[in-house]
Design a protein around this ligand. Structure first.
Ligand code: ATP
Ligand code: MG
Length: 590
């Protein structure tokens, strides 16, 4: 908490608490039927508290894009309100104009809406309450509970004490009510320089809870606010604004993450002194995920320093990033349900999020064939100008998705990886003299290998096909050991495919040698771009944002920003291999 800061008090209260990564757990395995917060709400309703009403809020600070951790909070707050016929407000806690922007407000609204939640006309801003909060501050000054302090940032730190030592009273603590009123009004009027004075709550400098050691309520700060412009040159701290905003909105259950537990006594103190509606604060463990970071501050650095292409880079754990990557809202909401809500910090295995995604995409993504690293195959005994339309199943999981036609002709592309001139033991795909089945088509046999004279690289494979082996025909009973995918060269469409991998190389990105920068754990191979892919012609009509399973390879989503009319760009959403399913199966063994 004791970080250096230009503004007195900023380090104590304007900066919100940061989360502590406590332990790495495997994550929840089964969907929890209920959780402690739902139990509290149910019990409150039974007891007739708040006249049985449930009114929650999701309170982002518009200083960055939302991430998957926020999705947990959104699902919880909007979910409880919906479940109990209550309301959930979307409130922007916009008390720090130097870090907040309209772009963030807009992105937050888009993301909450995309997740399928509707706040109706319940859209609020802490800045709408600036006048009311100012009046609350005057009330506290008048009752001798707040004072204007002239200590600067360094002095204030010095007076605050530490976790083991009590603080010392500020020499300005005993100013008279009249003097405090006069000085505070002049702070508002702009008579004092930025950082020169603060308004502080008069609580207890010896409290074991540092948050109670006369925290700052207001600071002088000349910074244009995205909503109130230059109307104010003093701004309430987050701690002074948050609880009162909840109270003004009539929130019944103020649900927040564990790092605010130590702030609860302070929020209670303000509400009690002001004698206004008192929401019940309930803390839960924030979501942490392996191989990524969930901190807006750090995500902002990745964007600013160009480690990623923006807040919506498909590698980012932001809602905008994973949406662009091809995650579905159903997968995210199902994940949030399954991880449950607990009181103890832990880290969830990212494989579980990926599992929820695969489960959803498996049901709904059409299967197609796409070749990422093409190798030319010529079928010597297939007529030059012939094309056949072969029937292919769109999704074996869902017969209602029907079939489509895939063109087959003499020249094809297969995956470079599906051919080996010298096959290792156990390799059953194409190799000289060996046969494979082409998915939905025929069995082919490699009869010759064409190489680049200069470097010896295989440039083409010559094959023959067996016309008796057409898929689905009554005579196609002959079996071979492997089936591979392909596209017809003359019919295929070109595409750029981006393969994404985890953003960090370490499960815990903060696992670092002493003094090392957390960015050294960034994965240098988190993005590989394949510019010359060939896809079956069915995909020519693929729309931005739609997701397909490329058979045998993974799920891919049409990128909405970088696709052009001539060339689609696909982002690999996720591979097919489900490590979480294996973990789950393993854990179910007796
Ligand atoms: P970050 O720590 O990433 O910077 P924040 O807590 O500062 O996020 P806010 O805009 O204040 O971001 O968050 C809005 C709400 O979302 C808060 O109620 C906060 O507790 C909750 N929240 C933030 N991160 C997580 C998370 N990882 N898991 C669950 N809830 C979260
Ligand atoms: Mg935070």
């Amino acid at each position: 908490m004791l970080v250096s800061s230009a503004q007195p008090g900023e380090d104590l209260v304007a900066t919100k608490p940061t989360a502590a990564n406590t332990e790495v757990a495997a994550g929840a395995t089964e969907a929890a039927p209920s959780h402690f917060i739902r139990n509290i709400v149910t019990e409150d309703r039974r007891a007739g508290k708040n006249h049985g009403q449930v009114h929650t809020r999701f309170p982002p600070e518009p200083n960055g894009y939302l991430h998957i951790g926020h999705a947990k909070s959104i699902c919880l707050n909007f979910g409880l309100a919906a479940e109990f016929g209550g309301l959930c407000n979307l409130r922007f806690d916009d008390t720090n104009p130097s870090k907040e922007e309209v772009e963030y407000v807009e992105s937050i609204k888009e993301d909450v809406r995309w997740l399928g939640f509707d706040w109706g006309d319940q859209e609020f801003y802490a800045s709408d309450y600036f006048e009311q909060l100012y009046q609350f501050a005057l009330q506290l000054i008048k009752s001798g509970k707040a004072y204007v302090c002239d200590l600067d940032a360094d002095q204030m730190r010095e007076y605050r004490g530490t976790l083991t030592e009590p603080g010392k009273n500020s020499p300005y603590r005993d100013r008279s009510v009249d003097e405090n009123l006069d000085l505070f009004q002049r702070m508002r009027a702009g008579e004092f320089a930025d950082g020169s004075r603060t308004l502080r709550a008069k609580i207890n400098m010896a409290s074991p809870n540092i948050n109670m050691r006369d925290p700052v309520m207001y600071r002088v700060l000349r910074s244009t606010h995205h909503r109130t412009g230059d109307r104010w040159c003093i701004y309430p701290t987050y701690d002074f604004a948050h609880g009162q905003s909840d109270s003004i909105e009539g929130i019944t259950h103020s649900i927040c993450t564990l790092e605010f537990e130590d702030h609860r006594p302070l929020y209670d103190w303000f509400l009690d002194q002001l004698n206004i509606h008192h929401p019940q604060q309930i803390e839960f463990a924030r979501l942490n995920l392996t191989y990524t970071i969930l901190s807006k501050r750090k995500l902002l650095l990745l964007v600013k320093e160009g480690h990623v292409a923006g807040w919506d880079d498909p590698r980012m754990p932001t809602i905008a990033g994973i949406r662009r990557r091809g995650y579905t809202l159903e997968a995210i909401r199902n994940f949030c349900e399954r991880i449950g809500v607990a009181k103890r910090n832990s880290t969830v295995d990212i494989a579980m999020l990926e599992h929820c995604l695969r489960e959803d995409l498996n049901k709904r993504a059409p299967r197609v064939m796409g070749v990422l690293r093409p190798l030319r195959v010529v079928i010597e005994n297939y007529p030059e100008n012939q094309t056949e339309e072969l029937a292919a199943v769109n999704n074996p999981e869902d017969p209602s998705m029907g079939t489509r036609k895939v063109p087959f002709s003499r020249v094809l592309y297969i995956e470079q990886d599906d051919f080996r001139e010298e096959p290792p033991k156990g390799y059953f795909r194409l190799s000289p003299g060996n046969e494979v089945r082409l998915r939905y088509a025929y069995i082919i046999k490699c009869v010759e290998v064409v190489k680049d004279a200069a470097n010896g690289a295989v440039t083409e494979v010559r094959c023959t096909y067996d016309p008796e082996t057409k898929s689905g025909s009554s005579r196609s009973s002959r079996k071979v050991k492997a089936t591979i995918h392909w596209v017809s060269a003359a019919h295929a469409i070109p595409a750029v495919v981006r393969l994404y991998d985890h953003l960090f190389t370490k499960e815990d990105p903060d696992d670092l040698p002493e003094g090392a920068d957390w960015k050294t754990n960034l994965n240098p191979r988190s993005l590989e771009t394949l510019p010359e892919c060939r896809l079956e012609p069915y995909l020519a009509s693929a729309t931005p944002g739609s997701t397909y399973q490329f058979e045998r390879i993974g799920y891919f989503c049409v990128d909405s920003a970088d696709s052009t009319r001539d060339r689609l760009t696909f982002n690999r959403t996720i591979t097919l291999r489900d490590t979480w399913a294996k973990i789950e199966r393993g854990s179910k063994k007796p």
